[in-house]
Ligand binder design. Structure first.
Ligand code: GAR
Length: 204
């Protein structure tokens, strides 16, 4: 049976689109039951509406603190009987209630624990990788805990950093890897094949 997936985003929603495409092509056994954005002008909301998915805005700025913001998100997610939450370019740190431990995933555009943490998102990551002179970067799908880019790693693969790379060209190579890994990780979850022991994720 398809898992019920809530997608949280703040931006253009290419990650959401990739998930929707995989579902529509029968490659991912999931249904996106709602999309929640922390920004009212996120194009990801438009993508959701085009596919008749409920699109909800909860602007971070409307809440007194990140705790109140997190709780509003979880109240919304609960309404949809969500099995799994996928962060897809969601730019706020969330408090994680116990019932959602190991039921939230994120994709990060680098090889965690390198080039991650507060402020490391989108292009900032690729700029930092190039400035440091790293020879590989990559994509990481991980479970979300209450620290930035910190929870147990589910899938992670490298891509080369090439001598003439710009942040754009590196981003393109990393995002191609993200498009492959994220649906694969969600499908493994849907099939009940992920076990976590002492923060090590085992694929069974
Ligand atoms: C993705 O590349 C994702 O890796 C990155 O934001 C982008 C979202 O793109 N996430 C992070 O940097 C998380 N730390 P999108 O808005 O087009 O889906």
């Amino acid at each position: 049976m398809a898992i019920r997936l809530a997608v949280l985003l703040s931006g253009s929603g290419t990650t959401l689109q990739n998930i929707i495409d995989h579902i529509e092509h029968g490659k991912l056994d999931a249904e996106v039951v709602c999309v929640i954005s922390s920004r009212s002008n996120a194009y990801g909301l438009e993508r959701a509406r085009k596919h008749s998915i409920p699109a909800i805005t909860l602007p971070f700025k409307q809440f007194p603190d990140s705790s109140a913001f997190s709780w509003a998100i979880w109240d919304e997610v609960r309404k949809y009987n969500t099995d799994l939450v996928a962060l897809a370019g969601f730019m706020s740190l969330l408090e994680v209630p116990p019932e959602f431990a190991n039921r939230i995933m994120n994709v990060h555009p680098a090889l965690i624990p390198a080039f991650c943490g507060k402020g490391m998102y989108g292009h900032h990551v690729h700029e930092a990788v190039l400035a440091y002179g790293a020879k590989v970067s990559g994509a990481t799908v991980h479970f979300v805990d209450e620290h930035y880019d910190h929870g147990p790693i589910i899938l992670q693969e490298a891509v080369p950093v090439l001598p003439d790379d710009t942040p754009d060209s590196l981003a393109e190579r990393v995002q191609a890897k993200e498009r492959e890994l994220y649906p694969r990780a969600i499908q493994l979850y849907a099939e009940g094949r992920l076990r976590i022991e002492n923060r090590i994720v085992k694929i069974i």
